[in-house]
Write a protein that binds this ligand. Structure first.
Ligand code: PLP
Length: 232
């Protein structure tokens, strides 16, 4: 077995075990492999080994790899910061845009989707740690954003996504995951129009099990599957 296939199998087993430990079923948790900086061949290798969903951060990298057929046989999610002028390249290509975080971006996505005659599924990215340099809507602005979303016909909000502040203390990370779960439950209870809270996307290579314990049902894992990324 190749290294990618072996890593993938191990991660799938750990996800299943974490789901069971959290009293849920393994099928309840979706693995999205963060494929940034891995070329089309490596993405295809993961899909051949059983990967069902890939997530990309950069529009151009995604378009280049998509042109090579990198994602055939898998779902494609967009998980990075999305600029309004790139919306046209992402809508319809990605089954889920996980990183919608402003009324302007939601409107642009909706407008493009409507022009294509489709409804684009999105998650709202939340800046749960209130970090100044990070994308995501702040928790106290989320109701306002959902009210905007409720009036947009070209999108359907499917849930929330977050990247918590970096910490090497798992209790601190867990605290942010718990806050996200509470937000997720609160919003679900409010029953906004056009909001179908199905997904809570949080947890990466170093903390996906903790995220599952806290209620995540999408985890985004990169380096634990593909190895460390080499930025040069
Ligand atoms: C890269 C990335 C991940 C995965 O990070 P790893 O630590 O490599 O698992 C998850 N989510 C987003 C948005 C990413 O950009």
């Amino acid at each position: 077995m190749s290294e990618i296939a072996e890593n993938l199998k191990r991660i799938q087993e750990r996800i299943a075990a974490a789901a069971v430990k959290a009293g849920r079923s393994p099928e309840d948790v979706k693995l999205v492999a963060a494929t940034k900086m891995n070329d089309a061949d490596r993405v295809r290798e993961a899909i051949a080994a059983g990967l069902r969903a890939a997530g990309e951060n950069r529009v151009q990298e995604m378009l280049d790899k998509n042109a090579l057929g990198a994602y055939e046989g898998a779902e494609l999610h967009f998980i990075g910061h999305l600029q309004k002028n790139k919306v046209k390249n992402v809508v319809g290509l990605c089954s889920l845009i996980e990183s919608a975080d402003s009324p302007e971006l939601l409107s642009a996505i909706s407008k493009k989707a409507e022009s294509m005659g489709i409804c684009q599924n999105v998650l709202i990215e939340v800046n749960i740690g209130g970090e100044t340099a990070k994308s995501g809507v702040s928790p106290d602005k989320i109701d306002e954003l959902l009210e905007t979303a409720a009036g947009l016909k070209g999108i359907s909000v499917n849930g929330l996504m977050t990247i918590p502040p970096f910490s090497d203390k798992i209790v601190e990370t867990r605290n942010y995951f718990d806050k996200m779960y509470k937000l997720f439950i609160d919003i679900t209870a409010k029953k906004y129009d056009n909001i179908n809270m199905r997904f809570l996307s949080m947890g990466m290579s170093g903390d996906f099990e903790e995220a599952i314990y806290a209620g995540a049902n999408i985890v985004r894992v990169g380096s634990a599957i593909f190895g460390a990324r080499h930025y040069s």
